[in-house]
Design a protein around this ligand. Structure first.
Ligand code: DGJ
Length: 731
C-alpha cells in the first residue's frame, strides 16, 4: 500500500492508496514532474481539506467510489442492496498492484505482465482490490493511464454473499479542482447532433442522462469543466466520456462542502442487474482527460490515444459514395451501375449500397429482419453490382440494421417473442420497427447466422454500414429490464462477426450520429456523424464530434446542392471544403450532374486524397474567433511543415470586416507559404479588392509566430462560403 504517482505525456495522477479505505485521487491534472518519493506524503497532506464547523470530525475522503461511511453526502458511487440490507458499504483495501513499466511512480509496487484490454502498450496500470465482508461485496478498481495521457477508470463489483445483490448504480468519479468553474457539454437531436451548451458550474449536480437504449443524439461526447472562459486554445480543462452504447449517465457535481467531481456510468433500471452469488458487474470505462491548453489539448490526447490503438484503421480511408440520398429505396441495377461508373470517374474508392436491398424492403414500413436479397428487385442477386463496382477498383459496402425488425416481416411473423418488450405489450413503434432481443440465444444465433451468410454468400463485401434507427423503449428481456444485456450482446455480435470476417470494416450509424462512443468504436471503424449533409449544419456537428474523435473516424460527405434535410442551397465549394475534413465521401445523385460539376467534384476528391495523410494524421486545431459568424479550423502536421485551414462564414457579421484570423498550431520559428490550394475553385468574393496577400498568385510567406499571433485579414466571403488555405513551411 502506497502513494502512487503515474505520469504519461503531460498528465499526472497521484493516488493515496495507503488505506485503510479506498484510494483517494490526490491529483489528476498537469504533469507534476518526477517527484521524489519523500515528497508524496507532503503532497497528500497539502490536499487534505480542513475540518470545519457543523461537519464530520475528520476530513471527508473522496475516493474513486464515494461512500457515506467515509463522510460523503453527495451522489453515492454505489447504490444497491440485498433485499433491503447491505445498502451501505465501507470497503477496506486489500491490495494495490501497480504496473508502471516506464514510470517513476513514487514508491509504487511493480507487478509485471498485467495486460488489460484497453490503455495500450506502454500504459501505466493500477489495480485496486477492496472488500466489505460485512456487506458481502468486493470491488476491483482498474485504472489505466495511456501513453497519450488518457486516463480510464472501471469498477468491478462482485457479490460475495450467498443471496442476490441488486446494483442500482455504480459510478466512478474523479475530483477536479475549484479553478474549474465552468461547464461545457453537448446535446442534440436528429440532424443536429453535438450542440454545445456551457454555463458556470453551480452547486449541485449537472446530470446528463441518456435513456435511449443507444448512445443517443443528445449524448455529451465529453463533459468538460474548466477555468472560466476556456476556449479551443486556452484555459485549463478536465473532461470525461462515458463509453457505453446503452443507457448512461455523465455527471458533474459540486458540493457546498467544497468538492467537485466528474463521473459517469451506466444508467440501470430497477431490477436490471441482480448479481447472484459469485457474479460480477463491471461498469463502462470512464475516460478522463486533462489539458492545460484548452479544448484542442483534450482532442490532442484523445486523438493520439485512439490513433495508437492496434485496431485503429490504418489504410488510407477510402473516399466513399453512399447511395442513400441518391436513390433511397428505388433500387435498380442499371441505375446503380451508372452511379458506380460516375463515382469511379470522380475518384470514389468505396461504393456503399444503402437500405432497400433485402426482402420486402420497398419502403421503411416492411422487411427489416429478413436479411435475404430481394429477388424481385435483384433477380440476379447483388453480385452483378458488386462485380461492377470492384471492376472499377472500388470496394463494395452494404447497409444493414441488424438489431431491428419490422412487424411486417417474415421474421416477426415467425418469432413475435424475439422482440424487446414489457410483459404483455409491445413498445410503441418508431419508424415502424421494433428491436430484436439479442439476449435471446435463438434470436442472437439467427442474426449472427444471417449476417455471416450474407457476407459469405457474396464475394467482395468489404464494409458494413451498421444502422440502428430507434430508441429502445420499455426494452424488456424475459420480463426483466433488458438494455444492459442488449448492449453487451450487440458488442458480442460485432466482435464475433469481425472475428469471422477479418478485414471487414464497419461503420456505426444510428439515425445519423446516435451511436458515437468509444466502446462501439472499439469494434467499428468510423461513425456517421449525422443524417444532415447540409454543410452549414455539418460545420458545427463535425467540430464538436471532432472534440472526441479524429477526422478519419468521422464520415463527412458532400451532399446535393439543395440539402435534403434543411432545403438550404450551397455551392459545391462550401460543401466540399466542409466535407474535406473527415472520412470523405459523397452522398448525392451524381449521375445527373453537369460535366463541369463532375470535373469540379473530381478536383475536390483529388485534393482530399492529396491532403489525406495530413488530414488523417495531423493535429486538429480550431480557431477561437471573436465573431460568431466566422468558424475556422485546421490540421497541422506533427512536424509542423504542412497545414491546411478552412475559414467559413456562417452568416453575415455585425462588422463589415470580422477581424484577422489567427492560425494556431504552427512553428513560430518557421516561415510558411500560405495560399489557397491549386486545382480547386476559390469562393466568389464579396468585395472590390481582396486583401493584398490573397491577390498575389504566389500567396504570402509569413512566420508561424506572425500567423499565430497577428493572423491574416480575410477576404469578405459571402455567407455560407468557405476559404481553404494550404500552408507549407518555406524553410
Ligand atoms: C438512417 C441513416 O442514418 C441513413 O444514412 C440511412 O442509412 C437510412 N437510415 C436508411 O434507412
Amino acid at each position: 500500500m502506497s502513494i502512487v504517482h503515474l505520469r504519461r505525456a503531460r498528465t499526472s495522477l497521484v493516488l493515496d492508496a495507503r488505506g485503510p479505505g479506498l484510494p483517494r485521487v490526490v491529483h489528476w491534472g498537469a504533469d507534476l514532474g518526477p517527484l521524489p518519493a519523500d515528497d508524496l506524503p507532503a503532497l497528500v497532506d497539502a490536499t487534505v481539506p480542513p475540518v470545519v464547523p457543523s461537519s464530520f470530525d475528520a476530513p471527508t475522503v473522496l475516493s474513486l467510489l464515494p461512500e457515506a461511511s467515509a463522510g460523503w453526502s453527495g451522489r453515492p458511487g454505489l447504490a444497491g442492496h440485498r433485499d433491503g440490507r447491505d445498502w451501505s458499504t465501507a470497503f477496506r483495501l486489500d491490495t494495490v498492484d501497480v504496473d508502471d513499466p516506464r514510470g517513476d511512480g513514487g514508491d509504487a509496487v511493480r507487478v509485471p505482465g498485467k495486460e488489460r484490454d484497453h490503455g495500450g502498450a506502454g500504459a501505466a496500470r493500477v489495480t485496486v482490490r477492496a472488500a466489505d465482508p460485512g456487506a458481502g461485496l468486493s470491488l476491483t478498481v482498474e485504472i489505466t493511464l495511456s501513453t497519450a495521457g488518457l486516463l480510464t477508470v472501471r469498477h468491478r463489483l462482485r457479490n460475495d454473499g450467498d443471496r442476490p445483490y441488486e446494483v442500482r448504480e455504480l459510478t466512478p468519479v474523479l475530483p477536479v479542482p475549484a479553478v474549474a468553474a465552468e461547464l461545457l457539454d453537448l446535446t442534440g437531436r436528429w440532424c443536429r447532433e453535438r450542440a454545445p451548451q456551457r454555463h458556470p458550474w453551480p452547486m449541485g449536480a449537472w446530470v446528463r442522462e441518456g435513456r435511449h437504449g443507444r448512445t443517443g443524439h443528445d449524448a455529451t461526447l465529453l463533459l468538460v469543466a474548466g477555468t472560466p472562459g476556456f476556449g479551443f486554445g486556452h484555459g485549463e480543462v478536465w473532461a470525461v466520456h462515458t463509453a457505453w452504447s446503452g443507457d448512461h449517465v455523465t455527471v458533474a457535481e459540486r458540493r457546498p462542502t467544497g468538492e467537485a467531481t466528474l463521473g459517469g456510468g451506466e444508467l440501470l433500471t430497477p431490477g436490471e442487474i441482480r448479481l447472484g452469488p459469485g457474479e460480477e458487474y463491471a461498469t463502462p470505462l470512464l475516460y478522463a482527460v486533462h489539458s492545460a491548453d484548452g479544448l484542442d489539448g483534450l482532442s490532442d490526447v484523445l486523438h493520439t490515444h485512439l490513433r495508437a490503438r492496434p485496431e485503429h484503421p490504418r489504410d488510407p480511408r477510402p473516399v466513399t459514395l453512399n447511395v442513400w440520398e441518391a436513390v433511397y429505396f428505388d433500387h435498380d441495377l442499371d441505375r446503380l451501375k451508372g452511379l458506380a461508373d460516375r463515382a469511379a470517374e470522380v475518384g470514389v474508392e468505396r461504393f456503399v449500397l444503402d437500405d432497400g436491398w433485402f426482402r420486402g424492403r420497398r419502403h421503411d414500413r416492411a422487411g427489416l429482419g429478413d436479411w435475404w436479397v430481394d429477388d424481385d428487385v435483384w433477380p440476379d442477386g447483388l453480385q452483378p453490382l458488386i462485380d461492377h463496382v470492384r471492376k472499377h477498383g472500388m470496394q463494395f459496402g452494404l447497409w444493414v440494421e441488424p438489431e431491428m425488425v419490422n412487424p411486417d416481416s417474415d421474421l416477426f411473423r415467425a418469432h413475435p417473442d424475439w422482440v424487446l418488450q414489457a410483459p404483455g405489450r409491445l413498445p410503441p413503434e418508431w419508424r415502424h420497427q421494433q428491436v430484436l432481443d439479442l439476449a435471446h440465444p435463438d434470436a442472437y444465433a439467427h442474426l449472427l447466422g444471417r449476417l455471416d451468410a450474407v457476407l459469405r454468400e457474396h464475394d467482395g463485401i468489404a464494409y458494413l454500414k451498421w444502422d440502428h434507427n430507434r430508441d429502445l423503449t420499455e426494452a424488456g428481456h424475459a420480463g426483466r429490464p433488458g438494455v444492459h444485456a442488449q448492449t453487451v450482446a450487440v458488442y458480442r455480435l460485432l466482435d464475433e462477426l469481425r472475428a469471422r470476417h477479418p478485414g471487414l470494416e464497419i461503420e456505426s450509424c444510428s439515425s445519423g450520429g446516435a451511436r458515437v462512443d468509444l466502446e462501439i468504436l472499439r469494434r467499428t471503424d468510423r461513425v456517421w456523424a449525422s443524417d444532415c449533409n447540409d454543410a452549414l449544419e455539418r460545420l458545427s456537428i463535425q467540430r464538436w464530434t471532432g472534440l472526441l474523435l479524429p477526422p478519419e473516424l468521422i464520415g463527412t460527405h458532400i451532399g446535393p446542392e439543395r440539402s435534403h434535410t434543411t432545403h438550404r442551397v450551397h455551392d459545391l465549394g462550401f460543401r466540399a471544403v466542409t466535407a474535406l475534413f473527415g472520412h470523405h465521401g459523397i452522398e448525392w445523385d451524381i449521375s445527373g450532374i453537369s460535366a463541369t460539376e463532375r470535373t469540379e467534384l473530381a478536383a475536390w476528391v483529388a485534393l482530399h486524397k492529396r491532403l489525406r495523410p495530413l488530414l488523417h494524421g495531423g493535429r486538429v486545431v480550431r480557431v477561437d474567433h471573436p465573431d460568431p459568424a466566422v468558424q475556422a479550423h485546421g490540421v497541422v502536421a506533427h512536424d509542423r511543415s504542412h497545414a491546411v485551414y478552412a475559414v467559413s462564414r456562417l452568416a453575415t457579421s455585425a462588422a463589415q470586416v470580422p477581424g484577422a484570423v489567427r492560425l494556431p498550431g504552427l512553428d513560430p520559428a518557421r516561415r510558411y507559404l500560405v495560399r489557397p490550394p491549386a486545382g480547386v475553385p476559390e469562393p466568389a468574393l464579396l468585395e472590390l479588392a481582396p486583401p493584398g496577400w490573397l491577390a498575389s498568385d504566389g500567396g504570402v510567406t509569413l512566420s508561424g509566430s506572425v500567423l499565430g499571433s497577428v493572423g491574416l485579414q480575410l477576404p469578405a466571403l459571402h455567407p455560407e462560403q468557405a476559404l481553404l488555405l494550404e500552408l507549407t513551411a518555406a524553410d
